[in-house]
Design a protein around this ligand. Structure first.
Ligand SMILES: [Zn+2]
Length: 308
């Protein structure tokens, strides 16, 4: 019997992670491609269709049977109708991604939200495995979260659930791209931490991971920035815990590469602040860069099962 695989794409503002994923979540093959959003949404879409078709061909060439396509996109996603409603960093507005891929590749296709499918993958196969209530929080350029209950992602009434990055943690604080001030994302995203350190020291090329490394090496300014960021993060995550009451909080995205330097102050910060709350276990995401592709594939398999 031919092994079945799902063609999976995780489309971001700068790059697309692409893979052939087996039904058990293991990855057969990966590819990376630039997204090039400056060329416009039509060009990005055409590129996505070429890559998806190419991956299906690659699967067949490897003696595998491609059975579906799963694609993850950031922004507001209408999962039910397969439409990328709005995605500023890819340039999508009302793009019927699912119908376009189905037509081109000839396979059933599922479209999901990038962080939500990452959360599904972490909850089922990664750091949340075995837990029923999981909150996955991706901390990178921005901050977004996915509530996953019983392995199913919660999308909300408008496909926009999980925007914990816009919980205001410092009223009147740093301006946020959303138009508000003092949002969690504006205070503690990887970009925000790097920008705050740059502002304080005049050194423009420092990443958030550099800041935490410097803090560990006795740089007082880096220590202050990092501690303030961890305090704001703890405030935001405690609010998330008050709303969702999960048993595991999985931290992913670029900032999670800080490891215990991130997890430890978050655990301590939550414990310090908690009143009535039951505290979740706080873990680093386990699937790394492939979480989006694996989750997109799992979502596609879920849709196949529903339609069977
Ligand atoms: Zn905001």
């Amino acid at each position: 019997m031919t092994d079945r695989v799902v063609v999976a794409l995780d489309v971001g503002g700068t790059g697309m992670k692409c893979a052939l994923v087996r039904p058990d979540g293991t990855v057969h093959h990966t590819e990376r491609h630039p997204t090039l959003p400056a060329r416009g949404p039509e060009a990005v879409t055409a590129n996505i269709l070429d890559i998806a078709a190419g991956l299906a061909d690659r699967a067949r060439a490897d003696g595998l049977d491609p059975i579906a396509v799963g694609i993850a996109v950031p922004g507001v996603i209408d999962e039910e109708n397969g439409i990328a409603v709005w995605s500023s960093n890819v340039g999508f507005r009302d793009v019927p991604v699912r119908a376009l891929i189905t037509e081109r590749v000839g396979l059933p296709t599922a479209l999901g939200h990038d962080v939500r499918v990452g959360g599904i993958a972490e909850a089922r196969l990664g750091a949340g495995q075995g837990e029923r209530h999981v909150l996955f929080v991706a901390i990178g350029t921005g901050i977004a979260a996915a509530l996953v209950v019983g392995g199913i992602g919660y999308g909300g009434a408008h496909g926009a659930a999980g925007e914990v990055g816009h919980i205001v943690v410092r009223p009147g604080g740093t301006p946020c791209p959303c138009g508000s001030r003092g949002c969690l994302e504006a205070e503690t995203s990887a970009r925000a931490i790097g920008a705050k350190y740059a502002h304080l020291t005049g050194d423009p090329d420092v990443t958030a991971l550099d800041v935490v490394t410097r803090a560990g090496n006795g740089d007082d300014q880096a220590r202050r920035i990092w501690d303030e960021a961890m305090a704001a993060l703890s405030d935001g995550l405690l609010t998330a815990q008050a709303l969702y009451d999960v048993s595991v909080l999985v931290l992913g995205g670029g900032l999670a590469e800080a490891g215990e330097a991130l997890l430890e102050p978050v655990r301590a910060g939550l414990a310090e602040r908690a009143t009535f709350h039951r505290l979740p276990a706080v873990r680093k995401a386990a699937l790394g860069d492939n979480a989006g592709c694996i989750g997109a594939a799992l979502l596609a398999l879920d849709h196949l099962e529903l339609s069977a």
